[in-house]
Design a protein around this ligand. Structure first.
Ligand code: HEC
Length: 125
């Protein structure tokens, strides 16, 4: 009887702990987890570039990038990641232009991929 109660309490505690962990992860990476693309280490070349290529480089690369905001190479993309503009514009945060301009907001999964890459230090990996 006593043992039973102890075990129930233990299980209850574990479930509580797990739900806390899940909540935190959701806060960090957005509500779309699990999203297979955003698990593990995020590679700039393999995961981030394809997203930016599809949605951003069209207007932000070349000789006269829109808004004077250059993108499309690691140095430029990293600078934008670290000064907050990359995440600010794609999450439509206050104080930033909403990007991609005139297009639909990136999916929660794509935003999670970009956010996780930035959180890991925006590496050239
Ligand atoms: C259809 C063209 C177009 C696309 C696609 C586009 N942009 Fe822009 N972007 C612009 C224009 C035009 C401006 C300058 C006017 C403005 O700020 O709204 C701009 C400005 C910006 C700025 C500087 C403004 C600020 O708030 O600091 C950033 C950063 C930016 N874009 C990021 C992005 C990112 C990231 C993507 C891809 C998710 C993207 N853009 C896709 C046209 C585009």
């Amino acid at each position: 009887m006593f043992l039973n109660r102890y075990i129930s309490l233990l299980i209850f505690g574990l479930v509580l702990l797990m739900s806390c962990y899940y909540d935190k992860e959701e806060l960090l990476y957005g509500p779309s987890l699990p999203c297979t693309d955003s698990t593990g280490t995020i590679s700039y070349t393999a995961k981030v570039v394809p997203i930016l290529q599809t949605s951003c480089y069209g207007c932000h690369s070349g000789g006269s990038p829109s808004g004077g905001q250059a993108m499309g190479n690691y140095t430029a993309d990293k600078a934008m990641a670290l000064n907050g503009k990359l995440l600010g514009t794609i999450t439509h945060a206050t104080g930033y232009s909403t990007m991609p301009k005139g297009g639909a907001q990136l999916s929660a999964c794509k935003i999670a991929v970009v956010r996780k890459w930035i959180q890991a230090g925006a590496l050239n990996n």
